[in-house]
Design a protein around this ligand. Structure first.
Ligand code: NAP
Length: 250
């Protein structure tokens, strides 16, 4: 099955590093014109843009904090001006602020909710506006196995990622009649900067809890994102699909 996204316009939030970076590259290599959003890592984002352009892909980069309504307005304004529409949104930008519940400060709760939940709401609302005149679109929300599996120090993150799955289901019902499919992807333990500390601290023990016997790579997640962004997934909506080597079912 070859996935062909020529003529499509995709926006990936948090695409300077990790899973978002792999997703942006995979979408661009499948033929989509891609907007790489990031918050701080300008050099990494620009380098991704340069290297994909050298491969012949159409890529733009845009700095915006997904939790800021003004910056989201500027980001979508840019997409509209540059590409006159949007077909694929990947709500990938995310942060962790792991702290035991009893010691969790309000700012650690809010920071996680703002990027991981408010961001996808702001982006999805704006994306839907741009997708409707084009007759449809695809939205892929990057949640986490933390949405379905408890973990110490992750009440803020689990609530945000669980909320994102619930958001996905409710939005799917509203958006299906508009031919917009929205699904959630639940990565397990993927080798990125975000998981570096926990992998370093408890690597061997964590691998033992993964039936596949290894951590995931960003490309393991990107493959599913590209599939969900394609016409092969036209009849799939409101779903939450884990990419975790069996971690959440063990
Ligand atoms: P990562 O390596 O830490 O990269 C995070 C990306 O998000 C970076 O590009 C960062 O931009 C961007 N970002 C963070 N806050 C942002 C904001 N407010 N606005 C715009 N961009 C923002 O993380 P990752 O591991 O690739 O995670 C990607 C997604 O997968 C997240 O939603 C995460 O929760 C989820 N996930 C990851 C794992 C895992 O094991 N890695 C597991 C389950 C779920 P800058 O570079 O500019 O800071």
């Amino acid at each position: 099955m070859k996935i062909e996204l020529g003529g499509k316009v995709a926006l990936v939030t948090g695409a300077s590093r990790g899973i978002g970076r792999a997703a942006a590259a995979a979408l661009a290599r499948a033929g989509a014109a891609v907007v790489v959003n990031y918050r701080r890592s300008s050099e990494a984002a620009l380098e991704l843009g340069r290297s994909l352009s050298e491969e012949g892909c159409t890529v733009e980069t845009f700095k915006a904090d997904v939790s800021s309504p003004d910056e989201i307005e500027a980001l979508f304004g840019f997409v509209e001006k540059r590409f006159a529409g949007l077909d694929i949104l990947v709500n990938n930008a995310g942060v962790i602020k792991d702290t035991l519940l009893a010691a969790m400060r309000l700012r650690e709760w809010d920071a996680v909710a703002e990027t991981n939940l408010r961001g996808p709401f702001l982006c999805t609302r704006r994306a839907v506006e741009m997708m409707m005149p084009r007759g449809g679109g695809k939205i892929i929300n990057i949640s986490s196995v933390a949405a379905v599996r408890g973990g110490r120090g992750q009440t803020n993150y689990a609530a945000a990622k669980g909320g994102l799955v619930a958001f996905t289901r409710a939005a799917a019902v509203e958006l299906a009649p508009k031919n917009i499919q929205i699904n959630a992807v639940l990565p397990g333990m993927i080798v990125t900067d975000m998981s570096a500390r926990v992998r370093k601290r408890a690597g061997d023990r964590l691998v033992e809890a993964i039936p596949a016997g290894r951590f995931g790579e960003p490309d393991d997640v990107a493959g599913l994102i590209v599939f969900l962004a394609s016409g092969h997934a036209d009849y799939i909506t409101g779903q939450a699909v884990a990419v975790d080597g069996g971690m959440s079912v063990a």
